[in-house]
Design a protein around this ligand. Structure first.
Ligand code: ZN
Ligand code: ZN
Length: 154
């Protein structure tokens, strides 16, 4: 979406039980201020799009949760680290960006060129924080419109 893709990163959850291999990562990530993110992360969600995620260790520990019809969250059932979410196949037709990985995992795994590319659901952002710098800020409906376009890309 924004810059040169990172070909492959191997990342571990906080307790080292789950190891995932992440492919074709966009280092320009999205900060989401929506009410679900505030609830489950106790703050905004930082997600980097990528083309594939493979669980290479600890698959039996990975728990899934489906907060909405369009995506499923994956997290470590032992330490609770959020790993990634995957858009459902019937919603996301494109081969690009079907997965969104937690930015903290990438940072901890040595990826340093991460950059906050845009902010979404800005109209519901709590008043007690804001980020420095200039970037595109999208409302929830603008973000949905963008996802609707990108999900159908060949
Ligand atoms: Zn863990
Ligand atoms: Zn959100």
């Amino acid at each position: 979406m924004s810059s040169v893709r990172i070909p492959k990163v191997t990342a571990k959850c906080y307790c080292n039980s789950v190891v995932i291999e992440i492919s074709e990562i966009d280092p320009g990530f999205t900060a989401c201020h929506c009410s679900t993110c505030q609830f489950v992360h106790s703050g905004p969600g930082f997600g980097a799009r990528c083309n594939d995620v493979k669980i290479v260790q600890g698959a039996e520990l990975v728990k899934k949760y489906k907060p909405a019809v369009w995506a499923t969250w994956h997290f470590c059932g032992k330490c609770g680290t959020r790993l990634h979410y995957k858009f459902e196949d019937e919603v996301w037709k494109s081969k690009q960006d079907r997965y969104v990985v937690s930015v903290g995992l990438l940072y901890k795994s040595g990826v340093k060129n991460l950059k906050m590319f845009n902010e979404v659901s800005y109209e519901v952002k709590p008043h007690y924080y804001c980020f420095e710098g200039q970037r595109e800020k999208l409302s929830t409906s603008e973000a949905y419109a963008l996802f609707a376009l990108e999900s159908q890309k060949p």
